[in-house]
Design a protein around this ligand. Structure first.
Ligand code: GDP
Length: 525
């Protein structure tokens, strides 16, 4: 049995560290029956060797390949959950993964509200108007008022709110969650704070069954809040959600299993399947016969004896089969994909195939780059895969000055691969490396050492932020660049980048140079 593209849901979870992404991921996988997620990469033939290498990095570096894509089925649909590494693994790849999903779940800690990494990841979703479901986690603990959290989401993220699941009490008063769409009360037989194990079908929040199960004060408050919410927010509008303007909000507790099914059902019913993908010279629709896709992430093996990499390809059209020949459009070269990693659900009977919305891992030796388009021969290029302005900027210092050439080669190669941004000053010769997360710097120095035999050190710079410059008025741009020579660098394509020493300085420049665009992203070339 094959699963068509419109039965697929490819999504990611965005959150700040500790909000509960890992816990929620596990609960979603359990619900979908994919208990052995670690076994998702099937070892066979040549893939066996690839697997053991990758397992080794996982152990050494804590970088997880097998959990990069987690696949499970639920109610006849196939779900692909793409991992967005957080904590110390937070990197440009985390952002770029969001260009390969069709929807996202935003997990917020009920006590903390929107935090910095949530906001950054949200902004990336907004670039492509990715539909977002909000899951407010940890309602079993004392958190902020429900309306306070909803107001924050609405105001700070400029999203319309549609409450779908409401908490009946929070913290010590937590009795369960009420699914407003289904009129179901989810609660526990083990009393307050117990894990979810019971569904009570109700006629509404005034159902007498609730009076038996919920303390008077808590019920009265929830009834009042739900009424207020109904008056304050427009009803759920599936189209506004799909266009990225409205977010359905679910209160729950991942740890205690609350609102997992409500969440899955919402994705199943309303999150979009793979949509047409923007490309030049023409867009690609998922129902086309021929295979096409783009690479959104490269993972390198840290073991210096094995310089192999895995390129993660999101399939946009066609049915990919093991052993297929695909053309790398940038180089015009055909690559036979003998031993792809195909991420599979336990019960998926189509192990050798992948369709639109799926991700495959292509082993290679550094020939594939982030942003590469693959097709069955057509000259296409998928667009909308940006480079992101680095958030950590470091000067590169070489401990052995006789190896400048090797150092430059290393940085050039790693930037082309998509691992880092390399910025060169207009004045002076010291290059700057820009990354999103600290781990990227560690990976750069490890790889420079093992692959290019150069020892790099990173030094602080006076810069806090980098923005790509562009303008419709070429003269204005040239004037700006020559006036700010010491704060201008060029990226690997030769495009100018403004280096700001503080957010204040950046704002000031933006305000006083209306003709210039200061961009946080740039379309990859
Ligand atoms: P991540 O960093 O976003 O992946 O967060 P984790 O899933 O690792 O969770 C961070 C901490 O919050 C862990 O100690 C979890 O047990 C805890 N946690 C997660 N979900 C809940 C919840 O619903 N209620 C409570 N009380 N704790 C939770």
């Amino acid at each position: 049995m094959s699963i068509t593209y419109d039965q697929r849901r490819t999504f990611a979870i965005i959150s700040h560290p500790d909000a509960g992404k890992t816990t929620l991921t596990e609960k979603l996988l359990l619900q979908g029956g994919a208990i052995h997620m670690a076994g998702a990469v099937k070892a066979r033939g040549e893939a066996r060797r690839a697997r053991s290498d990758w397992m080794k990095i996982e152990q050494e570096r804590g970088i997880s390949v097998t959990s990069s894509v987690m696949t499970f089925t639920h109610n006849g649909l196939l779900f692909n959950l793409l991992d967005t590494p957080g904590h110390e693994d937070f990197s440009e790849d985390t952002y770029r993964t969001l260009t390969a999903v069709d929807s996202a779940i935003m997990v917020i800690d009920a006590a903390r509200g929107i935090e910095s990494q949530t906001r950054k990841l949200f902004e990336v979703c907004r670039l492509r108007d990715i539909p977002i479901i909000t899951y407010i986690n940890k309602v079993d603990r004392k958190g902020r008022e429900a309306f306070d959290l909803l107001d924050e989401i609405q105001e700070e993220l400029q999203l319309d709110i549609a409450p779908r699941v409401w908490p009946l009490g929070m913290g010590g008063q937590f009795h369960g969650c009420y699914d407003l769409a289904r009129n179901e009360f989810h609660t526990s037989t083990q009393g307050r704070g117990g894990p979810f194990d019971t569904v009570v079908h109700c006629s509404g929040l005034d159902d007498p069954q609730l009076e038996e199960r919920v303390d008077d004060g808590v019920l009265a408050q929830a009834q009042e809040e739900a009424e207020l919410a109904e008056a304050a927010y427009p009803p759920f509008d599936p189209q506004a959600f799909r266009e990225g303007h409205q977010t359905p909000v679910i209160f729950g507790s991942a740890l205690r299993d609350y609102s997992i099914t409500s969440l899955l059902d919402l994705i199943a019913e309303h999150a979009p399947p793979p949509r047409p993908s923007p490309a030049t010279p023409r867009d690609v629709t998922p129902d086309e016969d021929k295979v096409s896709g783009f690479v959104f992430k490269i993972q390198a093996n840290m073991d210096k004896n094995h310089r192999d990499r895995i390129a993660f390809l999101r399939i946009c059209s066609g049915r990919f089969k093991r052993g297929m020949k695909l053309r790398q459009v940038r180089t015009g070269k055909d690559i036979t994909v003998h031993s792809p990693i195909i991420f599979m659900a336990q019960d998926r009977g189509i192990a050798d195939e992948a369709g639109p919305g799926d991700v495959i891992g292509i082993p290679n030796h550094g020939t594939i780059r982030v942003g590469d388009t693959f097709t069955e021969g057509e000259k296409l290029r998928f667009t909308g895969l940006p480079a992101f302005a680095p958030e950590i900027l470091r000067r590169v210092r070489l401990t052995d000055s006789t190896r400048v050439k090797q150092m430059r080669q290393a940085l050039q190669d790693l930037s082309e691969e998509g691992l880092i941004q390399v910025l060169k000053p207009d004045i002076g010769s010291q290059w700057v490396v820009g990354v999103i997360g600290q781990l990227q710097l560690d990976v750069v120095s490890d790889r420079a050492k093992s692959e290019y035999k150069v020892a790099l050190e990173f030094e602080p710079t006076p810069y806090q932020m980098a923005r790509w410059l562009s303008s419709d008025d070429e003269r204005a741009l040239n004037t700006f660049v020559s006036k700010h020579k010491s704060a201008i660098m060029t990226d690997r394509d030769g495009d100018p980048v403004f280096m700001a020493s503080s957010p204040w300085e950046l704002n000031y420049k933006i305000e006083s140079n209306a003709a210039i665009r200061f961009s946080k992203t740039k379309e990859m070339e």
